[in-house]
Design a binder for this molecule. Structure first.
Ligand SMILES: C[S@@+](CC[C@H](N)C(=O)[O-])C[C@H]1O[C@@H](n2cnc3c(N)ncnc32)[C@H](O)[C@@H]1O
Length: 223
């Protein structure tokens, strides 16, 4: 018997109906995002958002960074899982989409925890102070730079901290050998890289379009 349950729309609706937290502001943000049209697909699903909140909370994350904020759904989910003095640095290149995010950050009462920096994320990472460290990074932006985000962020993640990569199944195309698109190749490269890097312990989960969680090992765990 297969060790997984194939998702259907009905099963997904059942699953969605069995989540405890239902923040009306997040639902409103999802609605406003939906009104943007097909591009709204970029937003993480509500169950994945709830997972991000829970993960940030149970891991005791204090300082987080997000690469790819869009209209702010995943950012708000992460921010909700932070303690009062926690911080979330959001990196995105779109002024238009993050204008929606800013509005909801204000309304959530969590804007004091969130800083948004506009520009190509790799450049933003380069401008960070050398001492700036994070407990959690959520990467959900341009796939062709995923490996660069891994390389750039690993040094900034505290030991035992987490790096999360979204869309690592890329709609299933990662196993389609006929698919040689840049984004697909980049995600395959990232997936191999994370698995093979002894500095992290990782697992790829079938959440939404695939989510990899990589924990940075402590020095004493390395040979
Ligand atoms: C998939 S969306 C993020 C969705 C978001 N995590 C959410 O749940 O709503 C990807 C975002 O990455 C941003 N982006 C793409 N390439 C980027 C880059 N090189 N630097 C910064 N942001 C980038 C886009 O502007 C877009 O808002």
């Amino acid at each position: 018997m297969a060790k997984f349950t194939t998702m259907t729309s009905d099963l997904y609706a059942y699953m969605a109906g069995h989540r405890s937290d239902r923040d009306p502001l997040l639902a409103e943000l999802a609605e406003e995002t939906k009104s943007l049209g097909p591009i709204s697909m970029m937003q993480v699903a509500p169950d994945q958002g709830a997972f991000l909140t829970l993960l940030a909370r149970i891991s005791g994350v204090r300082n987080a960074i997000e690469i790819g904020t869009f209209t702010g759904y995943s950012a708000l989910c992460i921010a909700r899982g932070l303690p009062q003095d926690g911080t979330l640095l959001c990196c995105d290149s779109s002024e238009e989409w993050t204008a929606v995010a800013r509005k909801y950050f204000e309304r959530s009462g969590l804007s004091g925890r969130i800083e948004l920096r506009l520009g190509p994320a790799l450049e933003t990472l380069d401008t960070l102070d050398e001492s700036e460290q994070f407990d959690l990074a959520f990467i959900d932006a341009d796939k062709t730079n995923y490996s660069h985000y891994f390389d750039g962020l690993l040094a900034r993640i505290r030991p035992n901290g987490l790096m999360l990569f979204d869309n690592v199944l890329w709609g299933g195309s990662v196993i389609d050998v006929t698919n040689t698109q840049d984004g697909t190749k980049a995600i395959r490269a990232l997936n191999d890289k994370v698995r093979d890097d002894p500095r992290v312990e990782s697992v790829m989960l079938g959440v939404s379009d695939g989510l990899t969680i990589a924990r940075k090992r402590r020095v004493e765990e390395l040979d």
